[in-house]
Design a protein around this ligand. Structure first.
Ligand SMILES: NC(=O)CC[C@H](N)C(=O)O
Length: 359
């Protein structure tokens, strides 16, 4: 089956379709992970994006029931050099082709993903159309390019109603901007009583659960598109300990007066080096973000820079100097990726205990 990928700068790639058929418009981004494609496909932070993997052979170990970060895939398309159609792994349930077809994601293979990645690196992430099926024409794909990219991704991916994963330990409310299963599991592994609330829950909704800690999750899109999130966090600062991950980190930062800016091509992969400035240790981290907090904007806030990215020096973590709140731009739940940063969940537990001790 023929498939096309057309970029807004006019570059056209022709390849072979796999997975679902149809046409979709999205932001074309690249991920440098050699493995972890199933976690990438089910990470809600990729909502609205067409993801290309830079590693040339994808699908070797198939797909399974354990590596789902959400029950759906929100990616608009998946671009690979070569999709393996004979996976080999004891956990394998479905080939990548069947998996994408099942979850409605359009795949294209056989294109020059190195050239595509280089283009994104120089020009920045680009709008694109992915199309697969019979009777395709570049003209049809071009007409799809006229569509605007949506900016309401968080409302598309957040839970529609609250749910609870009961536990005997600390009660933590998770603000779901597109939370990954791995984050909830990291809390469950620490016996937390986890309540997951929709992204637009109000202060009353949060306080009704009488939480001891708040976790602000990862999520898709531009943090400036969800001003209600920063407003809520402003109300919670100093009252309940807060830990922010990725979008959650951006939300805390905006709530404290910092600003976010767009990175040219983002950080998406499983081996980004991050330095913890407090102990000078370097951690290898899993990342997926297109925006970053502007370091200069931290100066007029009560936030202190705690982590930086060693590839480009950008902000990777902050801590409030007066209130119990801290956050990181990367993925400590490590799905996929090295679990070097798991200790941050322990720091969150310690922060909760410290804050409530003697109150
Ligand atoms: N994974 C995330 O939470 C990413 C945050 C935000 N959507 C960004 O791209 O910067």
């Amino acid at each position: 089956m023929k498939a096309l990928l057309l970029l807004e700068d006019g570059t056209l790639f022709e390849g072979k379709g796999f997975g679902a058929t149809g046409s979709q418009v999205g932001e074309v981004v690249f991920n440098t992970g050699m493995t972890g494609y199933q976690e990438v496909l089910t990470d809600p932070s990729y909502c609205g994006q067409i993801v290309t993997m830079t590693y040339p052979l994808i699908g070797n170990y198939g797909t399974n029931a354990d590596d789902m970060e959400a029950t759906l895939s929100f990616a608009k398309g998946f671009v690979v050099r070569e999709a393996c159609d004979m996976p080999s792994n004891w956990r394998n349930r479905k080939s990548l082709h069947d998996y994408l077809a099942h979850y409605g994601v359009i795949g294209i293979e056989g294109i020059d993903t190195r050239m595509l990645t280089k283009r994104i690196r120089t020009k920045g992430t680009l709008k694109g159309v992915i199309a697969s099926g019979p009777n395709l024409s570049a003209e049809d794909a071009k007409s799809y390019l006229q569509q605007d990219l949506r900016t309401d991704q968080i409302l598309q991916v957040t839970t529609k109603s609250p749910y609870r994963c009961p536990g005997s330990g600390r009660r933590v409310v998770v603000m779901d901007y597109g939370v990954k299963g791995g984050t909830i599991r990291s809390l469950i592994n620490r016996d937390c009583d986890v309540i997951v609330l929709p992204a637009n829950a109000t202060l009353q909704d949060v306080l009704a659960w009488d939480p001891q800690g708040i976790l602000l999750s990862n999520g898709p899109g531009n943090p400036d598109d969800i001003p209600f999130a920063a407003e809520l966090v402003r109300e919670l600062l100093g009252k309940i300990p807060i830990f922010g991950i990725c979008m959650g980190h951006q939300v805390i930062s905006l709530a404290c007066g910092a600003t976010a800016k767009r990175l040219t091509f983002g950080h998406r992969g499983a081996n980004h080096p991050v330095k913890d400035l407090r102990n000078k240790r370097v951690y290898i981290t899993s990342q997926n973000h297109g925006y970053v907090i502007d370091e200069a904007s931290l100066r007029s806030t009560e936030l202190e820079l705690t982590h930086i990215n060693l590839n480009d020096g950008t902000v990777e973590g902050v801590r409030h100097t007066r209130f119990p709140a801290f956050s990181v731009q990367y993925h400590p739940e490590a799905r996929p990726g090295p679990d070097d940063s798991d200790y941050l969940f322990d720091e969150f537990m310690a922060l909760i205990d410290q804050f409530w001790e003697g109150r």
